[in-house]
Design a protein around this ligand. Structure first.
Ligand code: ZN
Ligand code: ZN
Length: 310
């Protein structure tokens, strides 16, 4: 198999792009795609400060690496969720990556911010782990980006992630989510702009990129992701892609062309949370502060019980 660009030995075949690439040209393609997505969607300028959400997995570390390579002013944010058997190694992978490259990584722990780890929170709030995780992560990422005076918050969502999210939104015909699914979401007030510069790059390309670039990431997936709906959606898309290459890329690209037709059910009016001051769609305390309250109430009950037992 020969590289479509230079004719040397190719290491990856990208059927959806009609390309076979050698290591050098795979790297060139990935970095070019990221740079062109940033320009095309006006994600951020070279003067702006960018915060990348880091999980320790291949996509977020690769994104951080690429943005730094491209010369952007970029720092990382790692949120330690306290997931048994997963958070410790993912934090280590993130810290090792930053140290080896002299990059700045902010580390915050959910236990310190909320009073409970994600595992404890799931027990106390009786919610679904992945949905609680999404809520607390979105809140903390935005709050830290805002407080740190970053102009954009970048995440490593890839083509496989975006296509699966899109399929999920289409299956529910969720107009609100469809209207908001876009590679860049403008900031508003204390809501920091959100950007996804890797949405046109597949999972396979990112894995190959990390291998070639010597990026050591955590292979293990979050233990909670196992039964998640997103895995089933990815599975369906992978089977379609096998038979009909470029299913995912055209699904996403064509959607972006018609996305304007979807309207959120009602314009969202943001209020300031009376307790933390961050924006919230409903009046009264934001969801994070309400969860924090639940955790605190439980903690005081436990202390009282212990006091009564003594
Ligand atoms: Zn080549
Ligand atoms: Zn709040």
């Amino acid at each position: 198999m020969r590289c479509s660009v230079c004719g040397r030995e190719a290491v990856i075949k990208l059927r959806h792009a009609g390309l076979r690439l050698c290591p050098e040209h795979l790297v060139a393609r990935v970095e070019k795609e990221v740079a062109s997505a940033i320009r095309r969607f006006r994600m951020f300028s070279p003067e702006e400060r960018i915060l990348v959400a880091i999980s320790g997995g291949k996509d977020s570390l690769a994104l951080w690496h690429i943005l730094a390579e491209l010369g952007y002013r970029v720092d990382g944010l790692y949120i330690d969720l306290g997931i048994a058997g997963y958070s410790a190694p993912s934090r280590e992978a993130s810290e090792d990556f930053a140290r080896a490259r002299g990059l700045t990584l902010h580390v915050v722990s959910l236990a310190a911010e909320l009073g409970a780890s994600l595992d404890e929170l799931t027990r106390l709030a009786r919610g679904k782990t992945c949905s609680l995780c999404g809520t607390v992560k979105r809140y903390l990422m935005n709050k830290l980006a805002w407080e740190g005076e970053y102009q954009a918050l970048a995440t490593g969502h890839n083509l496989d992630d975006e296509a699966a999210t899109l399929l999920g939104n289409v299956l529910r015909w969720d107009e609100g989510y469809l209207a908001r699914q876009y590679p860049v979401l403008p900031g508003e007030g204390k809501l920091v702009r959100k950007v996804k510069p890797m949405v046109f790059l597949s999972e396979r390309e990112m894995a190959a990129y990390c291998l070639i670039r010597g990026i050591e990431y955590l292979y293990q997936d979050c233990p909670h992701a196992e039964g998640a709906r997103s895995i089933a959606l990815k599975d369906v898309l992978n089977r379609l892609e096998d038979r009909y290459p470029s299913t995912k890329i055209s699904f996403l690209r064509q959607f972006l062309k018609v996305r304007d037709r979807f309207r959120p059910p009602a314009p969202v009016v943001l209020h300031d949370c009376p307790s933390c001051g961050m924006p919230t769609a409903a009046e009264g305390p934001c969801r994070f502060c309400r969860l924090k309250d639940t955790v605190a109430r439980h903690a005081s009950r436990v202390t009282e019980d212990r006091g009564a037992a003594a």
